[in-house]
Design a protein around this ligand. Structure first.
Ligand SMILES: Nc1ncnc2c1ncn2[C@@H]1O[C@H](COP(=O)(O)OP(=O)(O)O)[C@@H](O)[C@H]1O
Ligand SMILES: N[C@@H](CC(=O)OP(=O)(O)O)C(=O)O
Length: 453
């Protein structure tokens, strides 16, 4: 048995949904189909989820969301027309959305969640209607009925452990099950979404809950590439990588799979296969527990922008018991989470996502660190990109760090900081955002030019 997730790009039009139907039909093991909301048909198109969020926010500002509602309904209408579905299918979606928008706004976050999740919920109903029209036994499944319970954390829900056992009974249901991705229900019965792109997470939870043989994740690329294809054109494909490698890479910028989507599948030892809806015969990429370490130490190079560092120096910092704890407590009091902490004997840098900051907060943090920790220097630097070089083979290969830093030096990229993960499957380089692409090109050339895949 397989759980199969189709992303927004795979379900963006009627033509795409026809491909999805063919893929599901071609393998009787494909039992549970997780769907996203309609995504982009072309680069400048809107994602339905973005339209829905805007819609809910306009309502909360007491503005008329009519234009946005029409845009959402138009997406479903054009798909339904392409697939020759009866007009009632869209009428139901229209009524459902109108009902959600007319609902209780006294808890604004919950109101946004309910509207946001309608993208997946209604698309699952539409896809089920299309499968039924094709003469296939298919059923829409509501996540609450199925037992997908999550924490009451808006836009960042986490699955509750008890869900896994409840979901197992889906195995007994007949026909193909069309399951909306991206959201679950709290124990109080309210809708909560995972973080953005979270339908990948739903697929992984279902794979674990139903103890399937494989979790297939269909998207719009033939494979996971060794580097983001928007930075290097036609990069080498990765045939196989481990959960740990993919988790590091997706966290650091490989947006092809949500970084939280591996843990449920990993815990149940279920392999994950990335495949292309537009080219289903391509083998894709398999994510597994262990792989052969062929083709050198590095499997992928990911990068992401939007980081800043808080550099703190103080003579004899290494001797001061509790210094790190006090520093982190200051950040905690501002509700900030950190990404990395490279350190030396007299200094420490804390790397954070700068979207968490505002200038006022930044000034106050600097003031408190100086006043409470009696530091020599506190410097907050913005505009950093983090580049993550990842590979299980790095543990057994001497000199990978030297090769990477030499490649960066040759490309005239100044390394702002280096951090080697304690797991030794990753190495992080902090560089200025303007140097990001040059750095990735240089590292790709160094580690992949001679690799045959
Ligand atoms: N290393 C990588 N390999 C493959 N795709 C990548 C990589 N890094 C980023 N991507 C991007 O991820 C995209 C697929 O993810 P996403 O847009 O979320 O798809 P979906 O609509 O199927 O959920 C690709 O089109 C590609 O631009
Ligand atoms: N539609 C949601 C969830 C999702 O997973 O979408 P996609 O599969 O298009 O990344 C979002 O845009 O965040």
């Amino acid at each position: 048995m397989k759980v199969v997730k189709f992303g927004g790009s795979s379900l963006a039009s009627g033509k795409q949904i026809e491909k999805v139907f063919q893929i599901v039909q071609s393998d009787s093991q494909r039992k549970v189909i997780v769907v996203s909301a309609p995504g982009k048909r072309f680069a400048t198109d809107d994602k339905v989820t973005d339209l829905l969020i805007e819609c809910a926010e306009q309502c909360l500002l007491n503005n008329d969301p009519l234009e946005l509602v029409e845009m959402v309904i138009e997406r479903y209408t054009s798909i339904a027309v392409e697939l020759q579905l009866p007009s009632e299918v869209v009428k139901e979606i229209e009524n459902d959305l109108a009902g959600r928008l007319a609902g209780d706004r006294s808890k604004p976050k919950q109101f946004v969640e309910l509207v946001k999740a309608s993208g997946e919920d209604n698309h699952a109903k539409l896809v089920a209607a299309y499968f039924q029209k094709q003469g296939v036994e298919a059923h829409y499944v509501n996540p609450k009925d199925a037992g997908l319970f999550v924490s009451a954390d808006p836009g960042n829900a986490q699955v509750l452990q008890e869900s896994y056992e409840l979901l197992y009974s889906l195995r007994e249901r007949s026909g193909i099950l069309i399951f909306p991705g991206f959201f679950g229900y709290s124990k109080e019965g309210d809708v909560y979404t995972f973080s953005r792109s979270g339908s990948d997470v739903t697929g992984s939870i279902l794979a674990n809950g139903l103890k399937v043989d494989l979790y297939e994740n269909f998207t719009d690329v033939d494979a996971v590439y060794s580097v983001n294809p928007s930075i290097v054109s036609q990069p080498k494909e990765v045939k196989e990588l481990t959960y740990r490698e993919m988790r590091e890479l997706s966290y650091a910028g490989f947006t092809v799979l949500h970084d939280e989507a591996l843990v449920p599948a990993f815990k149940a030892g279920i392999p994950v296969q990335i495949k292309n809806t537009n080219n289903p015969s391509a083998p894709g990429t398999k994510i597994v527990s262990e792989r052969d370490n062929a083709n050198g130490p590095v499997i992928g190079i990911a990068s992401d922008q939007g980081f800043c560092s808080i550099y703190v120096s103080k003579y004899l910092m290494n001797r001061e018991v509790g210094f790190g704890r006090k520093l982190l407590a200051i950040l905690e009091s501002f509700g900030l989470s950190y990404e990395h902490i490279p350190s030396g004997i007299d200094d420490i840098s804390i790397i954070l996502r700068e979207s968490q900051f505002n200038p006022l907060m930044e000034k106050e943090i600097k003031r408190r660190i100086e006043a409470e920790l009696h530091t020599d220097e506190v410097v907050i630097e913005h505009g950093l990109a983090l580049i993550m070089v990842v590979g299980e083979g790095m543990r057994h290969n001497i000199g990978t760090t030297a090769r990477a830093s030499k490649a960066l030096a040759n490309a005239n990229v100044n390394i702002e900081m280096i951090n080697q993960g304690s797991s030794e499957v990753s190495m992080m380089f902090g560089v200025k955002e303007i140097d990001e692409k040059r750095a990735v090109w240089a590292l790709y050339e160094e580690f992949f030019a001679a690799v045959t895949v």
